[in-house]
Write a protein that binds this ligand. Structure first.
Ligand SMILES: [Zn+2]
Length: 301
């Protein structure tokens, strides 16, 4: 993949980011704007971003875009963006470049596979533990999309029949107990029940992380409790897919990795059949989607 380059675009809930990525994964040029709310304006901004990259690097051979949604032949559907069946490929065909649309987690997985922590692996699961939980699944070197583009919705696998009601309509989805949102809820409950009598305002999850590093046992216990719930779902996925590694991203995982990594590994070894699966932290961080979107184009050559 050397000496070639492609445009990688990450259309997130908050920002629209883009970069020119070369065949070694290096970002030659990078920019971002706040994502416009209006769909037409988003499309205009994406066109402008690609034109911008083409003018700087005339050799760009295509553009990949990572979107937080489900991609089917009928288009992109995304709750985050408020999109229903938007035909990105049709809308952007006037750019005159090969264009590939990927789910953001699938893109992140590809980024880590080609240029990040998952280099050298064949089967990996890229997993975010943040507001919700989602995954990008790579099996034998290929993104696994599923029959309807819905593979990787791992946050909505039920782990507790009598659990909390989820936004998807079912009870006890994994992300209802193991996401950063669930973690924040338990921090609030701990604060409300007087865990930290000296505190007058509710600590943020970042405060709790800091306190745990400083030896606050209640803070550490809260973080490990969330890690335990993360471990339950990861063990399920390990038994389903038998990947070589899980690559973690998302606020909860990234902010607490030094606290949770060994504990999580023990949990998964205790529960999963595979005793070889590796648990690793993202190498590309916020750039995984952008780099992966470009990698998806570069890999097709
Ligand atoms: Zn759900």
């Amino acid at each position: 993949m050397s000496s070639r380059c492609a445009v990688g675009i990450d259309l997130g809930g908050t920002n629209l980011r883009w970069a020119v990525v070369d065949g070694s994964g290096a970002r030659l040029y990078q920019a971002r704007i706040e994502r416009p709310r209006d769909q037409t304006e988003v499309l205009d901004r994406i066109r402008a971003a690609v034109e911008d990259c083409k003018s700087r690097y005339p050799s760009v051979q295509g553009a990949g875009i990572a979107v937080p949604g489900i991609i089917t032949p009928d288009g992109v559907t995304s709750n985050n963006l408020g999109w229903q069946g938007v035909r990105l490929d049709e809308e952007l065909k006037d750019l005159g470049l090969p264009f590939r649309v990927l789910n953001d987690m699938a893109a992140g997985a590809l980024g880590e596979l080609h240029f990040g922590r998952a280099r050298g692996f064949g089967s990996v699961i890229f997993i975010t533990v943040s507001t919700g939980i989602g995954a990008g699944i790579i099996l034998d070197g290929e993104v696994y999309r599923g029959a309807n583009g819905m593979a990787g919705e791992v946050g909505h696998t039920v782990v507790d029949l009598n659990g909390l009601l989820c936004g998807c309509g079912r009870r006890g989805c994994w992300e209802m107990i193991a996401s950063g949102t669930a973690h924040r809820r338990r921090v609030r409950e701990a604060f409300d029940s007087g865990t930290w009598p000296n505190l007058t305002v509710e600590p943020t999850p970042s405060d709790v992380t800091l306190r745990a590093r400083q030896g606050d046992r209640a803070a550490r216990a809260l973080i490990l409790r969330t890690a335990r719930y993360v471990g339950i779902g990861v063990s399920n996925l390990a038994n389903l897919y038998d990947p070589e590694a899980f690559i973690f991203t998302g606020g909860f995982a990234r902010n607490n990795w030094d606290i949770i990594d060994e504990y999580l590994e023990r949990e998964v070894r205790d529960q999963a059949f595979s005793q070889n699966v590796r648990l690793l932290l993202t190498e590309l961080g916020d750039d995984a989607g952008i780099v992966g979107a470009a990698a998806g184009v570069l890999a097709r050559g």
